[in-house]
Write a protein of this length. Structure first.
Length: 298
């Protein structure tokens, strides 16, 4: 029997690249959401679970809130809107910059419209002097009645116990939603697809990786120690396919090796990974292709 008697569902929101996924992973204590130094890394809603005493917090990582230019972008922004409307509270993650940006102002409007309370997490405090934080805090305190303002460093873990304590205050009596040490609701198969996409973002330049999607065609346990995975990377152009595969296949080999090592660490088994690359022109603006790749109506 678990000791959980309270729960809260909390959306982690903010503009692209502020460190939402890094924060989720740090709070959960497991790498369940991919992180890169490029904006628009996260595309869907990823749930992470934190148990603290009698309270279970279900945290939703969301895509960075931005002005969409493609149907995929529309989908990503839609995920943020729904996540805010569906939750008990939200975290607004911001850079330590002393003014409220357009995306932040829009998200604050969403909190107001949905009547959702919010905590401000000022992230990346390792990059500024302590006295500069006062200005950041003042600018945001003026824009919205945040339930709390917590300076954090998602990278080092500084401020995270304080943030968790603030989030636990939103919990209401209720059952354990995710049992027995589960850290995410993402199936292993989806995590492996995301790991491959993370490596594409890390190894390749801007336009190429942003136009990729990863589909897992086969995911089967050969025995208790080996999992066979076959993945397809879809890209937007023939020229992109050449870049992804690289000279004599060198780039694809590098991506596959990095992804395999991470997948093995995540699942605690050996992974036999095969990857194909296919062109699907303009898929980010094609409703059928988007649905097929899991970015459909929610
Ligand atoms: N210096 C510093 N960098 C950080 C911190 N937290 C995150 N980062 C870096 O910020 C970059 C973006 O991190 P992500 O967690 O992918 O950001 P995100 O908000 O999830 O981005 P999207 O999914 O694109 O919206 C990565 O290079 C992180 O390593 C921090 O506390 N300090
Ligand atoms: Mg992210």
């Amino acid at each position: 029997m678990s000791d959980i008697t309270r729960n809260a569902m909390i959306a982690i929101t903010g503009r692209p690249n502020v460190g939402k996924s890094t924060l989720l992973n740090a709070l959960v204590g497991d790498k369940i959401s991919v992180v890169t130094n490029k904006p628009q890394t996260t595309r869907g809603r990823i749930r992470g679970v934190v148990n603290r005493g009698d309270t279970q917090l279900v945290l939703l990582d969301t895509p960075g809130f931005h002005k969409p230019h493609t149907k995929l972008g529309d989908y990503m922004v839609g995920v943020v809107r729904e996540s805010v409307a569906d939750t008990d509270a939200a975290v607004l993650v911001v850079e330590p910059i002393p003014n409220v940006g357009t995306q932040e102002a829009e998200l604050i409007e969403r909190f107001r419209a949905a009547g959702v309370p919010a905590v401000l997490a000022v992230n990346k405090i390792d990059t500024v002097r302590k006295d500069a934080l006062l200005e950041v805090t003042a600018a945001y305190a003026e824009a919205f009645g945040f339930a709390a303002i917590v300076p954090v460093c998602a990278k080092s873990g500084e401020g995270l116990p304080e943030l968790t304590a603030e989030l636990a205050k939103f919990a209401a009596p209720g059952p354990e939603l995710f049992p027995g040490g589960m850290t995410t609701d993402q199936p292993d198969k989806s995590v492996v697809a995301e790991i491959i996409r993370e490596k594409l973002l890390i190894c390749l330049d801007r336009e190429v990786p942003h136009g990729t999607a990863v589909e897992i065609a086969k995911f089967s346990e050969r025995d208790s120690e080996i999992i066979d995975v076959e993945a397809t990377i879809y890209c937007e152009k023939q020229s992109h396919k050449g870049i992804i595969i690289g000279k004599s296949g060198a780039m694809l080999k590098k991506i596959a090796t990095m992804a395999r090592l991470d997948a093995e660490r995540f699942m605690g088994t050996k992974v036999y990974l095969q990857i194909w690359v296919k062109v699907r022109e303009n898929w980010r603006d094609n409703a059928d292709a988007l649905r097929g790749l899991g970015f459909g109506e929610k």
